[in-house]
Design a protein around this ligand. Sequence first.
Ligand SMILES: Cc1ncc(COP(=O)(O)O)c(C=O)c1O
Length: 393
Amino acid sequence: MNNLREIMALATRPGVLSFAIGLPAAELFPREELAGVAARVLRTEPSALQYGLPLQPLKAQIVEMMAWRGVRCTEEQIFLTSGSQQGMDLLSRLLLPQGGQVLFDEAVYDGIRLATRLQQPEILTVASDPATGMDVDAVEALLAGGARPAFLYAIPDGHNPLGVSLSREKRHRLAALARRYRMPILEDDAYGFLYYGEEPAPPLRALEEEWVYYLGSFSKILAPGLRVGWVVVPPPVAARLSPLKHGADIDTPSLSHWVVSAYLESGSLPAHLTTLREEYRRRRDTMLAALREHFPSGVRWSHPGSGMFVWAELPPGLDAVDLLRAAVETERVAFSPGAIFYGGAPQGARYMRLNFTSLPPERIEEGLRRLGRAIRALQEKPGAELASPPRLS
Ligand SMILES: Cc1ncc(COP(=O)(O)O)c(C=O)c1O
């Protein structure tokens, strides 16, 4: 079975305990506060329900948030989007010619493939080490060998799906390559505010202003249903994005922009981020402990310091899609098989991505107990090869 739609239908079947999707914890949405600010905005700001220009005060507030990430920028460099997914879509339309080249990790957030598919690009890939992330030597070799991608897409913090963050050294090297080859890097920082130990190294945009186009989002730190994101780009790029966004959705959603701005104005975001980090750290630790307890010894997994995902590798001889099918049928538990992030390529066959933020700790424990049973059952099936040590450490 290599049909991605079929895989996702299995992984999201109702009644199944699912680690498949990158959902934030719904019970942590600050609903009371959002209800309060939304009611006030609706009562006092008719323009929140009107067509309108992008909300300037929100841009000023985002400039301040970017400073928390160590990025210096101006309001002229902020372009508001309907989620960072729209940022990817608009930047792809702007930068990528039909049939042009793009450069991705070989295991990458599938949304970037969707955002670029209309241009039918030639997708160049570099290996993604589960422990250290993007292979920057390979990026350099491709560029030195004459590759000229319209952009490189990178997720330096809390990578989806690997859960890894790039070292300071790799960030400096990527920023330098972008400068040397005049190659835009789309830096997706969807998870940059969600770290569970020391504050991470600054994003690429803090190292390179001209060639790094930063994508930010309120989806993982406030609520994805608001559909508010932003990009940080040089002002001439922002000017060229503007008609594209106008053509897509007439610069809306105004109400969401007003609500997010009023929420930020209340000063509640820093405390909310602290709550998210504490709770998600607890859930990550629960998942890592449950993996140790319930998974057979031949499986390896990553230890993410940020983001929402653990990336696990099954022993040779086991296929993650076969496992998903069996786990849904017999144990009513699901995950995302690696094939999704490899665009269906066979290298993804033994990987699984496990989300640790959407379920409370006791459900994580229960789900992994079931999944461990499903792996053992598959291993014991006649025909399964004996496990030999996998690569991931
Ligand atoms: C790496 C990454 N980028 C972007 C997105 C989309 O975010 P948004 O809701 O801001 O469009 C996601 C969603 O899961 C993601 O994982």
